[in-house]
Design a protein around this ligand. Sequence first.
Ligand SMILES: C[S@@+](CC[C@H](N)C(=O)[O-])C[C@H]1O[C@@H](n2cnc3c(N)ncnc32)[C@H](O)[C@@H]1O
Length: 242
Amino acid sequence: MRFWYRLVKFAFRCLYNEFAWAYDLVSRIVSRGRWHDWQRAALPELRGDRVLDVAFGTGDLLWDMVAKGYRCAGIDLSPHMAHITAKKFRRQEEEAPICRARAQELPFPDGIFDSLVATFPDHFILDPRAQHEMARVLVPGGRLGIVDSGHIVGDDPWSRFLNWAFMITVSPDAWEEARRSFAHPLFAIERRVILDEGSAVDVVVATKKQSPLRLEDPRDDRCKEVLYTMRDCRRIGRNGPG
Ligand SMILES: C[S@@+](CC[C@H](N)C(=O)[O-])C[C@H]1O[C@@H](n2cnc3c(N)ncnc32)[C@H](O)[C@@H]1O
């Protein structure tokens, strides 16, 4: 089984690099065309207008945010993803506000972002070094919106196949780890589930605590479920910073 998950990990690494050109197509197929909507589930969580997209991938959410007037920056480890994103921005006659960096070593000073988004992040999101870095670049009270996963809700054979394919590509250990998720003491955690006809998206909202003194506090992980709809996310995407 271990070999299988190593193979899956390798396949994902290829998809983020040499096969990045296929990423939009693959993500559209596995989400039945909802990937971009699922990404937008992060938008209602934004506060302020200085936003960092951590691991922007092929840049669609980053473009949404720039087009709506957020002052954005994006980082991603893959030069192939950066190339695709830069090309998409050039098509809009804009320069992509991106750089290649690891989430574990963010090339920004302390406290310069009001919000961070990370949609469908890789394992780095569970790395305490990345969590520490994300807390560092946020202002106190700033928010990190993580779109954790999306699921097709349906009983037709194609939906069942996609959900099965999802299950066999995520190791049970990783899944359990992701469920427990984000334990960094600088953040308070809430969870949201966003429903649409035919799909559900899990969002984790991590708010940076106001004072570093609270590092000594016991972990605050109020797990609330707040349901809102994909339509709300699209509306917020249209309107831009509020
Ligand atoms: C599943 S993709 C998600 C991309 C995009 N956010 C989306 O919603 O489609 C994961 C991304 O994480 C990037 N990545 C993986 N490890 C990273 C790290 N340590 N630091 C920054 N980016 C990383 C990959 O290059 C890839 O673009």
